[in-house]
Ligand binder design. Structure first.
Ligand code: MRU
Length: 343
């Protein structure tokens, strides 16, 4: 399985992503509250990983409460579900995984080994994500040419998923196939997922990269320094409108202006076909303090107000295609996304 999320019978160990790349520290998650805090507090992040950790959280939460109470009511399950669901509302994978866990609970609720059954489902969700990432990467690597410079925003690599990665997984696969690439990593204010996490992964994988401040994208594209953009996604509506880390929309606008292909790489678990467009995707708003602080250090006066939407919506017309485990989806998106789920 993956090296940043380790399964033990009585706990899950997750790599604390807040401390990377300086320290590799694992945090044990045992109680439901441990899981909730890990997701909300950004110890783990990235839509697919959020889904996986919430699935484990559901299983451990049921086990914890069963040990306390002996039996569970419908309300207990609702409470476990909603505590986890409230952590990061934009990530569709979170709801996708929790719905699978709830179904599993309904199926096995009268069995003596319910906690074990739920753990097995969570492990299955985890393993499937890795397999799907690899299939997606194989499809995506076909679009990568030897010598390409690819821009990626935030972190859509192994650390954001069950393992391997989506957007960065494609670049990793291209390297395995012998293609030389360079990755332009946007630093991704205010959490610096690009400068800290994508750089950490790419360095380990021996992939050439350069970190740029977020505001360099227009200039680099104008200079012809970017051949393609590949980003991940947190939620894709049926018409292809895509929620991803705030700043993605601006990158897509620059790409359109400069005729740079702009791809979104994500597994089917990120598509929310219940939403006709991106207008109804909930956008997580985080504490403005996270903008005026880097780690524990304030970069300006504590009393200054700041605003922080964690995601933005890239409208479908700016997107060249979606790279998924089932292949590349191009316009017309509504029809083709529907087909993706029929096959
Ligand atoms: O706030 P984060 O770090 O959870 O945001 C993550 C992203 O926006 C990623 O690009 C997205 O989840 C795709 S990860 C495969």
């Amino acid at each position: 399985m993956s090296s940043h999320i380790i399964f033990r019978e009585d706990r899950i160990l997750v790599l604390d992503q807040r401390k990377l790349p300086f320290k590799e520290v694992f945090v044990p998650l045992i109680t439901l509250d441990d899981f909730v805090k890990a997701i909300n507090g950004m110890i783990v992040r990235g839509a697919p990983l959020i889904g996986i950790v919430s699935a484990y959280g559901f299983a451990f939460g049921v086990k914890e409460l069963l040990e306390k109470k002996g039996e569970l009511t419908k309300d207990d399950i609702k409470r476990i579900y909603s505590k986890l669901a409230k952590t990061r509302p934009t990530a569709h994978n979170l709801f996708w995984a929790l719905d699978k866990m709830k179904k599993g609970y309904e199926k096995h609720k009268d069995e003596r080994d319910l906690p074990r059954k739920l753990l097995e489902i969570a492990r299955f969700i985890h393993e499937e994500d890795i397999k799907n990432n690899i299939m997606l990467a194989e499809r995506g690597a076909e679009l990568v040419n030897d010598g390409d410079t690819i821009l990626s925003h935030c972190n859509a690599g192994e650390l954001a998923t069950g393992g391997y990665g989506t957007a960065l997984g494609i670049i990793r696969k291209a390297k395995e196939q012998g293609k030389r690439t360079k990755v332009i990593i946007t630093e991704t204010r205010p959490y610096f997922q690009g400068a800290r996490l994508s750089a950490y992964e790419l360095k380990k994988q021996g992939i050439n990269f350069e970190i740029v401040p977020d505001n360099h994208v227009g200039l680099l594209m104008k200079k012809g320094m970017i051949h393609k953009v590949i980003v991940g996604a947190d939620r894709v509506a049926l018409n292809g409108d895509t929620a991803n880390k705030v700043g993605t929309f601006m990158i897509a606008l620059c790409a359109k202006n400069e005729n740079v292909p702009f791809f979104v790489a994500c597994c089917l678990s990120t598509f929310d076909n219940s939403l006709p467009s991106g207008q109804s995707i909930p956008i997580e708003e985080r504490d403005g303090k996270e903008v005026i602080k880097i780690g524990k250090k304030y970069i300006t006066l504590k009393s200054y107000k700041a605003l922080y939407y964690s995601f933005d919506i890239t409208p479908n017309y700016l997107i060249s295609g979606f790279i998924t485990e089932k292949g590349v989806v191009v316009q017309p998106f509504t029809e083709n996304i529907r087909l993706l789920f029929k096959e």
